[in-house]
Design a protein around this ligand. Structure first.
Ligand code: SF4
Length: 154
């Protein structure tokens, strides 16, 4: 246990992460708009005790009505276009969008078949771009924590 805590402290210091005693929180609604699940795998790791993001008030929520951030993975397929827009419309203001992974950023990793709508930013205003295929948990954690440090203006 002590080794784990020591590793967490070292990681926070190396990544220049904020101190865990902050009062803010951030609720994240994740939508898989058409990924291969590689990005989800890395996203799941950021919720592990190693990163301990819950201590910063970060959590994945089940409903967009409770979310501050819409976190989108995958190239947006035509079937996921409307669910994505509905999820965004249900979020309260101020709301932000994070595109996670090269597919969500429109880098055409899966080719350009007709049933892909395109990058997330063709549909929604993207505030945070997390590149990589898939991005490492370190990169994901860093980007999400930056959102906590940078509250939106109303
Ligand atoms: S960016 Fe890579 S890991 Fe993520 S959904 Fe696309 S192909 Fe999969």
């Amino acid at each position: 246990m002590l080794t784990l805590l020591r590793d967490l402290r070292r990681l926070r210091r190396d990544l220049h992460l904020p101190r865990p005693d902050r009062g803010r929180s951030l609720a994240i609604r994740h939508v898989d708009a058409g990924s291969c699940n590689g990005c989800e795998h890395e996203l799941t790791l950021t919720a592990s005790p190693f990163y301990d993001l819950a201590r910063f008030g970060l959590g994945i929520v089940a409903s967009p009505r409770h979310a501050d951030v819409l976190l989108v993975t995958g190239a947006v397929t035509s079937r996921m276009r409307d669910p994505l827009l509905i999820a965004y419309a249900a979020m309260p203001e101020p709301r932000r969008v994070a595109a996670l992974g090269n597919c969500a950023l429109g880098r055409n990793l899966l080719g350009t078949p007709a049933d892909l709508v395109g990058p997330v930013e063709t549909l929604l205003p993207v505030d945070v771009r997390i590149s990589g295929c898939p991005p490492t948990p370190d990169l994901i954690a860093e980007a999400i924590l930056r959102l906590v440090d940078d509250p939106p203006s109303m």
